[in-house]
Design a protein around this ligand. Sequence first.
Ligand code: 5CA
Length: 443
Amino acid sequence: MRLSRFFLPVLKETPSEAQIASHRLMLRAGMIRQEAAGIYAWLPLGFRVLKKIEQIVREEQDRAGAVEMLMPTLQLADLWRESGRYDGYGEEMLRIVDRHEREMLYGPTNEEMITEIFRAYSKSYKDLPKILYHIQWKFRDERRPRFGVMRGREFLMKDAYSFDTDEESARKAYNRMFVAYLNTFARLGLKAVPMRADTGPIGGDLSHEFIILADTGESEVFCDSALVDMGAPGLDVDFNGDLQPLVDKRTALYAATDEMHEPERFTSEVPADRQLSARGIEVGHIFYFGTKYSEAMNAKVAHPDGQERPVYMGSYGVGVSRLMGGIIEAHHDEAGCIWPESVAPFGVGIINLKAGDDEADAACEKAYLALEAAGKEPLLDDTADRGGAKFARMDLIGLPYQLIIGPRGLKEGKAEVKIRATGERHELSLEDAIARLCEGAFS
Ligand code: 5CA
């Protein structure tokens, strides 16, 4: 992409309404624009990151054996009357009436709809187990939308739903999602800690929130610090094998959100130097709720003995749009964002220090085409702005690598590579710089 053609409305001033770094940086770097309280337009730079996050979430769901589909945002109120949640959900639900006076709502979650779809087609134990998911916009009329995309009213969620014949098999689905989440968040450059959590309006008796630690997080959490540095299981884990040991290894250590916190257990079980009480951002939440919805909505399958019984279910959410705020909270400095390579909107920023100079233009063009062909998604700053403005903007948008090309360096055949995360600079021949960036040699 050439910056002269792109749409990157960078703000000079720090917007006064933004209280946390990720919100400030997303506004300043022209990633989002607020259209109403808690409702955002995703500008091109932000949209690119959102798509990358979404894709990683998708790949790890697929790897764990979940199957993607897409359900609508609008739902019939009657569906929610079947489960008994229509009245109980309260003011957070955005209720809509269509031209035929039919009561509808903008979905805050999809347990009812997926249960309705499942029961329409699946009648036998032979159809199970199944995990279905979609990545779709949700609406919750939060009383206090704040911190930008962290607590929005309209937000993008991945929600998966599992269907099993019994509790033991449902537990395996829960474990699959548990492990998939650890791998997902690690790929996004995050250390997410699974914590025992309250089930709230989703219901059920087993639930974990996945929390990334950040001072600006909305949740208060308590955990054994050893959990924070425990790595993810890794992409080679066998999802058909026994995942229980991987889950047990993590759930054996104390970790709880404030609703589930037991101060006495915490101080007696966790060695004093590992007692971590901190704030965190909830980026995922998984629930096992057995037959809560299947019983209410009559979603049954015939078992081998010919008896029909309600299916055992769980639901598994990831806050896809919230993750973008979470990633920035974890990866930024005074100058701007520092994207992990896996979600960076572009891979390399090429700065032409003198657009209009034939030699500089030709060198930038050469680098641009080579990086583009190598799949590195370059962003070429070919604007007429001053060098200082270009450096500041490139730091602000936080691409992992910068390739700086100007007439002075070119006289000696040189260009500069800057690593955004460390500030490290390498002076190289233009050819070497291009070749090494194409190879990913600085990763
Ligand atoms: N049906 C279940 C799981 S699929 C469910 O809705 N779970 S949830 O309520 O915990 O939401 C799942 C995830 O969505 C949360 O972990 C959080 O990361 C994200 N989320 C929830 N509310 C918001 C919000 N207002 N703004 C941004 N993200 C949100």
